[in-house]
Design a protein around this ligand. Sequence first.
Ligand code: CS2
Length: 447
Amino acid sequence: MFTEDAMLATGDSDWGITGVTQRSDTVARQLVPQDGLFTVAERGSGAAPLRLVSSIVEAVSGRDHPETVVDRIAADSTQVVTLTVTEKGYRIDPHTGSLNLADEQVRGDLAGNPPLTAIGQVARGIQRRALTGAGPLTVVSCDNLPGNGELTGTLVRAFAAALPEDESRPLLGWLEDNVTFPSTMVDRMVPATTAGDLDAVERELGLRDEAAVVAEPFMQWVIEDNFAGDRPAWEKAGALFSSDVAAWEAAKLRLLNASHSMLAYLGLASGKATISDAVGEDAFRFACQRMMAEDALPTMRLPQGLDGKTYCAQVLERFANPALGHTTAKVGSDGSQKIGLRLLTTARATLDAGREPRWAALAVAAWMHHVASTAAVDLNDPLADQLQKALPAERSAATVVPALLGVRSIFDAELAANTTFADLLRHWYRIIDTDGLDGLRKEITHG
Ligand code: CS2
């Protein structure tokens, strides 16, 4: 949408996007017969009319056609590669914060197989640019990770460094001189499209659009202005260019995403299927407000132009959008990849400030409860097997909390050994596990 709006605003209509899907070919299969056209259906108050987006000119399944992806990244006409591949798509080693060289697909990509990981595809595409003399390239991560640009640069360089010496040296040199990795913060809630959404769009549009996307009316994109080559005039489409993206991203992760995860796990524990149902529960909304106001805000620096109070109120209002149907199961997926960035940062900072991270601990305890009460096959998380293995057969606050605190890829040794934090987790876990919703209501509103 931003790219199309930028073209409309400037009359520079030379841009086009090759859209790549990574893990399945579903979206590519939906887009190809539609020439890349898709509808964005905003839902909720202030929703714009249906919008047909035409900036995607080609859709490719990266799983089935990795060489095509490498070709497109390597093409001289390509200026920018954006990545929206979720936290787990980066293949980060939680212990080093760099590329997970033990990951099977990363190893395959390094061995010279047609690359299947996002980082492998980007690195191989850049390697080909270096050989063919194509121009500079900008790689833009759009995922919910702090310093996502710097991180992506680190991962691509780690991939390059792990190649044989004769490949590695020239690639690292070319990266240094020709490729930049600006950080960004993207914000728009986009639930998975349901069959009901497609039918509703068909009724409004008079056409069947298999690739229609449902979204909230709000959207925001903050970008660090560090481009190696040309780019669409996204600022003309409402994107904000800022030199303080890190603060924007931290605010989003530790306020919006943290509350989103809290609502997802409290909702899952109490039979609430959607985020709007969960935030409609007074006690849960109150817990989010207090987590943001008492744990998160006092331990963070906000970017200029962002008012903390207004932002927190706006976030809860967005969650309450009843037309969105954002499920607690979806937001609660991949918890092992999310809670560290969203909640444990706040827990650590609050403990460091000499206070109890009471509300962040509630969210983490609710996640623990979700993990302990879901079978491995049903737990939508890349660490599902590892988490289940860590769990004892008998599951209560006294056994689950220490068992999960022992998972080092999520909790570092210092945080895991903090007795204030462990006590809070056991306290909340017991209430969720034995007293249920009524107990939570009582404890949250009077606690
Ligand atoms: C959500 C996010 O699924 C999740 O974990 O918290 O995808 C959220 O909807 C977006 O970050 C909103 O911009």
